[in-house]
Design a protein around this ligand. Structure first.
Ligand SMILES: [Zn+2]
Length: 236
């Protein structure tokens, strides 16, 4: 049983494809017609774009593809030249979140993207997770997510257009709040303590050399000391 459960978590899309194929073979045309796959090859990166429902906006699809080819090569160049060459985007009609990434595949919610077509830098955040490639033994999740939003803030193509910004500092915050709150802290560290800090900490996470003492080795201050300085003067 455990094996079956694991498989359905790792390959949810493949499972759905199989179901579609089975339904097609017994004549459920609505399901057969629903899905389409297109493969793009540019700048030495291949993007396989799968729509589980072809009513997904063509203009939005074009924007997602364009954003991928704008930001992914830049992120690869800056952080990890060995990042995956073949990436898959799936527009998932059943997925309940916004988007998630695993095995160089980004799953986007059909519903969310159709309702928020300006939020195109969901791509930037998610493909940074592919570039990160930290595996299982790396650092805390809040840092992984903070770095992905740091990348979105720096490399995003339409953050202003989607009204996505780093939130102002508040005393109730903690670096463990993750996402944009951690991203803002990282921006502050680079401006006030060490330029290129994120590049270094990202590399240590990928090499699995990251520990909490990495903060002190990199900046001369512990993580908590950095946060205390940040909260005393949080201007970025
Ligand atoms: Zn994320």
């Amino acid at each position: 049983m455990a094996g079956l459960i694991t498989r359905s978590i790792i390959y949810p899309f493949m499972k759905k494809t199989l179901v579609s194929l089975l339904l097609c073979s017994v004549g459920f045309q609505a399901v057969c017609n629903a899905q389409s796959t297109e493969v793009f090859k540019r700048k030495s990166y291949q993007l396989t774009f799968i729509e589980q429902d072809t009513t997904f906006s063509k203009a939005l699809k074009e924007k997602l593809v364009k954003t991928f080819y704008t930001v992914y090569p830049e992120l690869a160049k800056e952080y990890n030249k060995k990042t995956a060459k073949n990436v898959t985007f799936v527009i998932d009609t059943a997925y309940k979140g916004v988007a998630e990434t695993g095995n160089a595949t980004v799953t986007f919610s059909y519903k969310y993207m159709m309702a928020h077509p300006a939020d195109i830098d969901v791509v930037t955040h998610e493909v940074m997770h592919i570039v990160q490639e930290y595996g299982y033994s790396a650092g805390p999740v809040w840092l992984t997510e903070g770095i992905a939003d740091y990348a979105r803030n720096k490399y995003g193509v339409n953050n202003a257009g989607s009204k996505w910004t780093l939130p102002a500092y508040k005393p109730t915050q903690s670096y463990e709040n993750s996402y944009r709150i951690t991203a803002r802290f990282l921006v502050w560290i680079e401006k006030n303590v060490k330029p290129d800090f994120v590049k270094d900490i990202d590399a240590s996470l990928r090499k699995h050399t990251y520990t909490e003492s990495t903060w002190k080795e990199e900046t001369g201050k512990t993580l908590d000391e950095l946060w205390t300085s940040y909260s005393a003067n949080p201007t970025i």
